[in-house]
Design a protein around this ligand. Structure first.
Ligand SMILES: [Zn+2]
Length: 44
């Protein structure tokens, strides 16, 4: 599944193991590439 970081605009590949954040800048709001829906994830 492909996402794009809403801060640094880089492509982010996410897996299902929970670490949902941009690996480049640490931002937690990622844009879903296809649907263009903002995905906000609470990291617990
Ligand atoms: Zn980023």
């Amino acid at each position: 599944m492909s996402y794009k970081c809403s801060r640094c605009k880089r492509d982010v590949e996410l897996d299902e193991y929970g670490g949902v954040r941009c690996p480049y800048c640490g931002h937690r709001v990622l844009l879903k590439e296809r649907a263009r829906v903002v995905k906000e994830v609470d990291v617990k």
